[in-house]
Ligand binder design. Structure first.
Ligand code: SF4
Ligand code: SF4
Ligand code: SF4
Length: 271
């Protein structure tokens, strides 16, 4: 039977529209919502894909897909099983957003003890909610899309590359590069801490553009120099705790924060 779906073309060549599914594990679903928010380009962008599963946008469902975008971290045993099942079907599995890439804000509870957090949040209700883990703790991840939430323009570019069969390349430079290009006044000069010098770019310095310091939601840039940032923080009067709070927020810097905990600075005072 002939395929009646409209065919997209690029430079006269028909584009292959991969069957694509969006799934959510433990998450706020904010990353998926970001995609739907972009009304100006939404239809164009979505028409690049043959979307067969997207709970926030459609009621139809299918277990036949080639690309799976998975939002959220893994905190329950049923999510482990679900993730493994998705992996069996998907040719390409995408960790979608910082919860999926690093555990995200959910992983903060790992340090407090998941049982204590569960009691605080759910009281005596019998809810399963264990340690928050990134997808790659359970399955092989083919592509990571960083951010809390993801930056929709960046995702659109990535999807276009996938549709064109081009490689997806993430920025290796830090947020500071984009911040300087945007001609922002450095927040350190305004008395605010910022993880921009060590955090992977690609968000177009989203937070500093609004005069909020970066909290590192996209994880470390290549060759992130934490010791240098430690010096900068110290020079501007910010304490180790202030730096560590930010480094621990999204889970992307976990390998650095473990070293921090083993080798704490003596000085505890400061902002
Ligand atoms: S990465 Fe942030 S916006 Fe996305 S699901 Fe997790 S908490 Fe929500
Ligand atoms: S505000 Fe942050 S991101 Fe911008 S230049 Fe200063 S340290 Fe870098
Ligand atoms: S500035 Fe930092 S915290 Fe804000 S979106 Fe970019 S990487 Fe995330």
């Amino acid at each position: 039977m002939a395929d009646l779906k409209p065919v997209r073309t690029y430079l006269g060549m028909p584009l292959y529209r991969p069957k694509t599914a969006f799934f959510e594990l433990s998450s706020c679903e904010g990353c998926q919502l970001q995609l739907l928010n972009n009304e100006a380009s939404l239809l164009d962008f979505l028409s690049l894909l043959d979307i067969v599963n997207f709970r926030e946008a459609m009621t139809e469902k299918s277990d036949e897909f080639e690309i799976a975008f998975i939002e959220g971290s893994v905190t329950r045993s049923d999510e482990v099983e679900r993730l493994k099942e998705i992996r069996k079907t998907a040719n390409t599995l995408v960790a979608f957003g910082s919860c999926a890439c690093f555990g995200g804000v959910n992983q903060m509870k790992n340090r407090l003890g998941s049982e204590w957090v569960k009691k605080e949040v759910y009281g005596d209700h019998p809810v399963e909610s264990g340690f928050a883990r990134p997808l790659e703790d359970i399955v092989t991840v083919d592509l990571k899309i960083f951010g809390c939430p993801i930056k929709k323009k960046e995702v659109e570019k990535i999807i276009i590359n996938i549709a064109l069969g081009k490689a997806v390349v993430h920025p290796v430079y830090p947020v500071c590069m984009e911040c300087k290009a945007n001609e922002n006044i450095c927040l350190f000069d305004l008395g605010e801490p910022c993880l921009g010098p060590i955090t992977r770019g690609g968000c177009d310095s989203w937070c500093p553009n609004s005069r909020f310091g970066c909290w590192g939601c996209r994880g470390p840039a290549d060759d992130a120099n934490i010791d240098q940032l430690r010096e900068i923080m110290k020079k501007h009067g910010f304490s180790e705790e202030t730096l560590r709070d930010r480094l621990e927020c999204f889970g992307g810097f976990s390998k650095y924060t473990e070293a921090f905990r083993k080798n704490p600075e003596k000085k505890k005072e400061g902002k």
